[in-house]
Design a protein around this ligand. Structure first.
Ligand code: 6GU
Length: 226
C-alpha cells in the first residue's frame, strides 16, 4: 500500500512516522508513506498556494492549480483520492477496512479557511473525522493513515484487530492482566477457568452489555454497516 499525503506542513508528521507501529510498518515495507509539499507544484513565482476569495469574505482559500498539477503527476488508475474536510462523510471503522484494501491512497490536507470549490471535482471522496473544526487536514490525514495501516496484513497480529471495537459495531469487552486481585478488585472468575467456550460467551455478552450502556446508537446499526 502506498499513501501519498499532500500537505503544506510536512513536519507535522515527524513524530507520527518515526515511532511505534507506523514506523515498523514503513521499515518492513508493508506501507510506503510519502509527504508531498504541494507548494512546489505552484506555478506562481512566489509559490503561492492560496489567495483571497472572489465575492469577498475573510480568510485565504487554497487554489486548485498546485493540487491539480500534483495529482497529474502522481495519480494512476489505481489511486483513490481523498479530500480531508469537515464537510465530508464522517469516517468510521468500515471505511478504514475498505480503504485498507486499496493499493494507493492520495490524501489531500486542506488548511486555511477553505479550498476552491473546484478542487472537489478532482477527488473520489471527501472525509471528515467528526463534528468539530480543526485548523487543518493534517491530523485527520494521520487518523486515516493510522487506522488504515494497522489493518494492512502483517502490520499487527490479525487477532489484535479481529475483536476491534466497532468491528461489528460493538465496543470491546473488558480485559484484565495481573494481579488477579488488586485491593479487592478481582478478575472475573470465568477468565481464570480455562473454559474457552464460556470465556467466549462471556466476552460476547460483556461487549453487548457495554455497548448497550455506552453506545446504544451503535446497536441500531449492528450487521448493517460492517
Ligand atoms: Cl477532515 N478537517 C478539518 N479542518 N477539521 C475537521 C476535519 C477535517 N474533520 C473534522 N474536523
Amino acid at each position: 500500500m502506498k499513501i501519498d499525503i499532500l500537505t503544506l506542513f510536512p513536519h507535522m508528521f515527524d513524530g507520527f512516522l518515526t515511532e511505534s507501529i507506523i514506523k515498523r510498518a514503513i521499515e518492513k515495507k508493508l506501507v510506503e508513506i510519502n509527504l508531498i509539499d504541494f507548494r512546489k507544484y505552484s506555478t506562481d513565482p512566489h509559490h503561492k498556494v492560496d489567495d483571497y476569495q472572489y465575492g469577498g469574505g475573510s480568510g485565504m482559500v487554497l487554489m486548485i492549480e498546485p493540487i491539480y498539477n500534483c495529482l497529474k503527476e502522481i495519480k494512476t488508475d489505481e489511486s483513490k483520492v481523498i479530500l480531508m474536510t469537515p464537510q465530508g462523510v464522517t469516517y468510521n471503522q468500515k471505511m478504514a477496512y475498505d480503504l485498507s484494501k486499496e493499493k494507493h491512497l492520495i490524501i489531500i490536507c486542506g488548511h486555511y479557511e477553505g479550498f476552491d470549490e473546484r478542487i472537489r471535482g478532482l477527488v473520489d471522496m471527501e472525509v471528515s473525522i467528526g463534528d468539530y473544526v480543526l485548523t487543518g487536514g493534517e491530523i485527520p490525514s494521520m487518523i486515516i493513515t493510522d487506522s488504515v495501516t494497522r489493518l494492512i496484513d502483517n502490520v499487527i497480529r490479525e487477532d489484535s484487530h479481529v475483536f476491534d471495537s466497532f468491528k461489528d459495531n460493538l465496543l470491546d469487552f473488558p480485559v484484565y492482566t495481573k494481579p488477579v486481585d488488586f485491593m479487592g478488585m478481582k478478575v472475573p472468575e470465568v477468565l481464570l477457568s480455562g473454559h474457552h467456550e464460556n470465556i467466549n460467551k462471556w466476552k460476547q455478552a460483556e461487549a453487548l452489555k457495554r455497548t448497550k450502556i455506552r453506545r446504544p446508537d451503535l446497536l441500531e446499526r449492528v450487521d448493517k454497516d460492517v
